[in-house]
Design a protein around this ligand. Structure first.
Ligand SMILES: NC(=O)c1ccc[n+]([C@@H]2O[C@H](COP(=O)([O-])OP(=O)(O)OC[C@H]3O[C@@H](n4cnc5c(N)ncnc54)[C@H](OP(=O)(O)O)[C@@H]3O)[C@@H](O)[C@H]2O)c1
Length: 242
């Protein structure tokens, strides 16, 4: 049920910590993976390691996304590219940072969905899309006005896309991870005054690993999840269940 039999899956954010783990697990599960990001060097490293193909484009440019995707034959997509932005309250937020976070995390994922779904519909073989959202899209986290808003928007993109693409046999879901200690998160969540009180509130009481996020992404893409669409799946050690 989790053998992809050479199906082609695009993974954005593949030069990052979580995206890299997703590429490794998808290749191991028999997918033909196209690893994407902006950094050609970062993509060369993951391609050398896994044999994945690579594709460079910028999520903030519709023209860049369109020209990269319009002739691509895709069965699946993982929207993992993202930007953490700032830690700020609504009163002190830098609205330019808000715009950039929304631009990459929500608008960028929507642009990829727009052009990838056109290709998936054209091929007529169904498919699956998984959006890497966040626990910050599900509940209010202090300091997360921009990032949380972008991920809540991404979860809505998941639901509406699931509604619109279901007739084509295309499923769309989100995973909503807790913190993984990648460069995006370590500078803030690694602070003892932040880490301790947060983990005290989480039933499992520890941060996630990259592989613990990649595994449910691979499951939601796979035929094992063939009746699951439109969900936002917390991968958060129980934090949002409280
Ligand atoms: N780390 C966490 O604690 C955590 C928790 C919950 C959810 N998430 C989400 O998981 C995803 C991956 O996070 P991560 O921690 O692995 O991040 P990361 O290591 O900082 O990687 C971010 C990725 O996004 C890509 N990216 C950023 N801006 C882009 C743009 N304008 N165009 C194209 N690609 C762009 C980067 O590629 P280039 O640098 O090559 O452009 C990189 O591959 C993100 O969506 C993040 O919001 C992370």
């Amino acid at each position: 049920m989790t053998d992809f039999n050479g199906r082609t899956v695009l993974v954005t954010g593949a030069t990052g910590g979580i995206g890299g783990a997703i590429v490794r697990q998808l290749v191991a599960a028999g997918a033909d993976v196209i690893a994407s990001g902006r950094s050609a060097d970062g993509l060369a490293a993951i391609a050398d390691e896994t044999g994945a193909r690579t594709l460079t484009f910028d999520l903030t440019s519709e023209e860049s996304v369109r020209s990269a995707l319009q002739d691509l034959d895709l069965w699946g997509v993982v929207n993992c590219g993202g930007f953490g932005g700032e830690i700020a309250t609504p009163m002190e937020t830098d609205i330019d940072v808000f715009d950039k976070v929304i631009n990459v995390n929500a608008r960028g994922a929507l642009l990829v969905t727009k052009y990838a779904a056109a290709s998936m519909i054209r091929l007529g073989q169904g498919g699956a899309i998984v959006n890497v959202s966040s626990q910050a899209g599900l509940v209010a986290l202090a300091g997360h006005i921009s990032y949380g808003s972008s991920k809540a928007a991404l979860d809505n993109i998941t639901r509406v896309s699931a509604l619109e693409l279901g007739a084509h046999g295309i499923r769309v879901n989100s995973v909503n991870p807790t913190v993984v200690m990648t460069p995006m998160s370590a500078w803030y969540w690694g602070r003892p005054d932040i880490e301790g009180p947060f983990l005290d509130q989480m039933p499992l009481g520890r941060w996630a690993t990259e592989d613990e996020i990649a595994a449910p992404v691979v499951f939601l893409l796979s035929d094992g999840a063939s009746m699951i669409s439109g969900v936002s799946l917390p991968v958060d050690g129980g934090y949002t269940a409280r």
